[in-house]
Design a protein around this ligand. Structure first.
Ligand code: ATP
Ligand code: MG
Length: 567
């Protein structure tokens, strides 16, 4: 979008676009837009990160700019290359490409060290020998000023010497820190001499054993943006109170051009969903789920395996927009987005989950026909496929009722009732067989009306119901994993006195095996999408083998969200 087009429709701009357009109109940074997505590689990305990715990459695309992928790898204890790899895969899968190579905050450790020396020389940073407990105590409270550390007035020479020796590994973990010398009485706690470096004798996934002092996030983050020439540093609202500190660092270092401008937006919260990486890690570690990409997880890899498409996540991010105030998005809106996308693209097939046998007593034994059925009524170029039809079929148990509760409204099968078999014939139920012990119906008998073949129906009969079916001889037995929400509470992480694990839904996974699918599905590959008609959207899971396909329920057909939003 050019500035002109945009100014013609100002109402459609969100507040971040407005800031960027203003900056461009004022010729700031020569009109350049460089954003970044800065994940900490300490877990897999989740749907909240997807929102941030779409925002950062989308904004840069919109203004002809670029986006860096920068790993904020300042904490060697929690970070891992497994996470780095998964993050790159997820960003690409969402449809975005970062500028050049991926970047790492650890690439700037030398530069950050030099900046720290600069602050020490200017009398604006000092080495503190206080314990973390003492530092915490002397910080004061939001209403009472803090106290000066006894080490605050160390000379520049002594600070330079001690900081060099911290780096050289002379001191044990936790024995010293480097702090910025700002204002122990500031009403903003982040300005009360924040810690810049701590000693951690630990191996780092990229810098190995080169460093035993590691920069704090607040020290590394803003400077990393400045080093890269980021023009707009977009972050979530909780960093608004850190902004004065980031500004202080930039004000006290040699000037940067461009100087990054931080813009905060409300993080995505979703109902029925946990978004904290720490809690997601706990779900994985304690085997409450089968891994980071368990289809019930709100991770990008979980949603991908579940059958979400990149377009559905991008549309979701676009639809929820950006806000300045914290809010909770109904998870139904996410489900709506994937349903809307798959409706346009998923091949329709017939699959029976809870099979009961239907025998067409007047259909010749051994005879088969191929019924031509459209692949996708939403897609004019979707084509047709042949579905084999024969005397014995599987239908859903729930589609036959001996005594329908409200007979006038029951349009499916029952004694002497008629339905159409999708894409095939009208049939009339004549009889059924029950297991004498359990009372369960084991067989339904019906007669088909030969003149009622779909596409060439001369029977003159009108029936209200159509049900799906699968021919017994050629049915493909598969495993279907039916998912429900992982948590049964709308805000599982929001209860003060109760652990989020208490709200795990014990029925979040139900395995159906075998379910019977029409044979056209044979040979489907992981992530292939289908609509099982009248059931929902499903995709092939990577656990599938040559002998047995495994399907994940992506989302049911019923659209609760659209209904709610119409009320
Ligand atoms: P957590 O607190 O769960 O560890 P985080 O925010 O620290 O998550 P990062 O890896 O630091 O995770 O996040 C990378 C980027 O993604 C940050 O810019 C952050 O603002 C953004 N982000 C993280 N969670 C959300 C969310 N729920 N909604 C929008 N953006 C988010
Ligand atoms: Mg973070």
């Amino acid at each position: 979008m050019s500035t002109n087009e945009a100014s013609a429709t100002p109402a459609s701009l969100n507040f971040i676009e407005q800031i960027v357009e203003n900056d461009r109109a004022n010729g700031k940074n020569g009109g350049v837009v460089l954003t970044r997505f800065p994940p900490e590689p300490n877990g897999y990305l989740h749907i909240g990160h997807a929102k941030s990715i779409c925002l950062n990459f989308g904004l840069a695309q919109q203004y002809g700019g670029a986006t860096n992928l920068r790993f904020d790898d300042t904490n060697p204890l929690t970070e891992d290359t497994e996470y780095v790899d998964s993050i790159m895969e997820d960003v690409r899968w969402l449809g975005f490409q970062w500028q050049g190579e991926p970047l790492y905050a650890s690439d700037y450790f030398d530069q950050l060290y030099a900046y720290a020396i600069h602050l020490i020389k200017a009398g604006k940073a000092y080495v503190d020998d206080s314990t973390s407990e003492e530092i915490r105590r002397m910080r004061g409270t939001p209403t009472e000023p803090g106290e000066h550390s006894p080490y605050r007035e160390r000379s520049v020479e002594e600070n330079l010497d001690l900081f060099a020796r911290m780096k050289a590994g002379e001191f044990p973990d936790g024995s010293k820190v480097l702090r910025a010398k700002i204002d122990m009485a500031s009403p903003n706690m982040h300005l009360r001499d924040p810690i810049m470096y701590r000693i951690i004798h630990a191996h780092h996934h990229r810098t190995g054993d080169k460093w035993c002092i590691y920069p704090m996030y607040d020290w590394a983050h803003g400077q990393s943006d400045a080093i890269e020439g980021i023009t707009h540093s977009i972050c979530t609202l909780e960093f608004e109170v850190h902004r004065p500190l980031y500004d202080w660092f930039l004000d006290n270092l040699p000037p940067f051009d461009p100087r990054p401008r931080q813009i905060e937006f409300a993080r995505l919260n979703l109902s029925y969903t946990i978004m904290s990486k720490r809690k997601l890690l706990q779900l994985v570690r304690e085997n409450h789920v089968a891994g980071w990409d368990d289809p019930r997880m709100p991770t990008i890899s979980g949603l991908r395996r579940r059958g979400y498409t990149p377009a559905s996540l991008r549309n979701f991010a676009e639809r929820i927009g950006v806000a300045r105030r914290d809010n909770v998005i109904d998870v139904g809106l996410l489900e709506f987005s994937v349903r809307e996308d798959l409706n346009k693209t998923a091949t329709r097939v017939m699959g029976v989950m809870d099979p009961v046998k239907l025998i067409l007593t007047n259909y010749p034994e051994g005879q088969t026909e191929e019924m031509m059925i459209e692949n996708n009524p939403e897609d004019p170029n979707g084509g047709e496929r042949a579905v084999p039809f024969s005397r014995e079929l599987w239908i859903e148990r729930e589609d036959f009722k001996e005594n329908p509760p409200s007979p006038k409204k029951w349009y499916r099968l029952g004694p002497d009732r008629m339905v159409r078999l999708k894409g095939a014939y009208i049939i009339k139920a004549t009889d059924y067989v029950k297991d004498p012990e359990t009372g369960e119906i084991t067989e339904i008998h019906a007669e088909y009306i030969p003149e009622s073949r779909s596409g060439n129906d001369t029977s003159g009969l009108k029936v209200k119901g159509t049900i799906h079916w699968v021919s017994v001889d050629t049915a493909l037995p598969v495993e279907v994993r039916q998912y429900d929400r992982l948590f049964s509470d709308p805000d599982p992480g929001g209860h003060k006195d109760r652990d989020f694990l208490e709200f795990l839904n014990p029925d979040s996974l139900r395995i159906i095996s075998p379910a019977y699918l029409e044979p056209s599905v044979k040979g489907a590959q992981p992530l292939d999408h289908f609509q099982f008609i009248r059931k929902g959207y499903y995709c092939v899971d990577r656990d599938s083998t040559a002998d047995k396909l495994v399907f994940n329920l992506t989302v049911g057909l019923r659209d609760n969200w659209a209904k709610m939003s119409q009320k």
